[in-house]
Design a protein around this ligand. Structure first.
Ligand SMILES: [Zn+2]
Length: 264
């Protein structure tokens, strides 16, 4: 499953709230998001920096905590850099909080995103991760097929944010473009990284699309050519029948063995 953070970026969940596994022996107090070290983290809401911590190699390592206006506390852990904010500082939705990393008790680059209610109990931070955001790739992987993809594309375009937060988000963005340049501000990475990621994503989408729709790409053409061969005799397309069946077979094997693009 993927969730949204930093506006419109999607991140794979590697450990969900309340989960137990080899690393989390007690129920997980937050949600872990797979994230390259150095990814900029922006505040998902307005609030005040309540703690800036460094637990060294234990716990969440370098962390930042944001007390929200309704008294809850957001916890960001395993950061590589938490030095750009200080306790008492007011932050608005979209303000820079730090860089993700792999500090503390962590086995790989990820962000620990936690939430405490006003009484100090851990609660699921779902609401800040737009968990209702639907990811197209994920849906294709789960269900496969063209129709699913179209439905998912439609669903992805609906956002629940109000007009005022949109306007403020837009003004923040304009300020950031002024300070950091367009690509850094919009995507948090340079022009070449944006293009590289875009092409990689595009190739992955095309690959997923073909593998998920083996019938349409391989079987239907193969059957049409077989009929053509049967009715009008051998022709220049006859030689594609066996490769098409082979390609279909391969697509089924890839699908069944889950050789779909990694969800990073
Ligand atoms: Zn965690």
């Amino acid at each position: 499953m993927k969730v949204k953070l930093n506006g419109n970026d999607f991140f794979e969940v590697s450990s969900s709230f309340g989960a137990t596994d080899n690393v989390h022996l007690t129920p997980h107090s937050g949600i872990d998001l797979v994230m390259n070290t150095g990814t900029k983290i922006f505040s998902p809401t307005d609030g005040i920096i309540s703690k800036v911590v460094d637990y060294g190699n234990s716990n969440i390592g370098k962390g930042v905590m944001v007390k929200t206006n309704d008294g809850e506390t957001i916890i960001l852990g395993h950061l590589s850099d938490n030095s750009k904010v200080e306790v008492g500082q007011h932050v608005q939705k979209g303000d820079f909080l730090g860089l993700s990393g792999n500090t503390g008790n962590s086995t790989g680059s990820h962000l620990h995103f936690g939430l405490k209610d006003s009484d100090g109990s851990f609660i699921s931070p779902d609401k800040y991760l737009n968990s209702d955001g639907i990811n197209v790739n994920q849906l294709i992987n789960d269900h496969g097929g063209v129709i699913t993809k179209i439905i998912a594309k439609k669903a992805e375009h609906s956002t629940g944010d109000g007009m005022f937060s949109d306007i403020r988000g837009f003004m923040d963005l304009i300020n950031r473009i002024g300070n950091e340049g367009f690509f850094q501000a919009v995507y948090g990475k340079s022009f070449f990284e944006v293009i590289k990621d875009f092409i990689a994503q595009l190739l992955m989408d095309i690959y997923t699309f073909i593998i998920s729709n083996g019938e349409a790409f391989f079987i239907i053409p193969a059957i049409l050519i077989m009929f053509a061969t049967f009715i009008i005799g051998r022709n220049k397309y006859t030689k594609f029948i066996i490769p098409l069946w082979m390609a279909y077979f391969l697509s089924v094997v890839l699908r069944l063995t889950n050789c779909l693009p990694p969800q990073t």
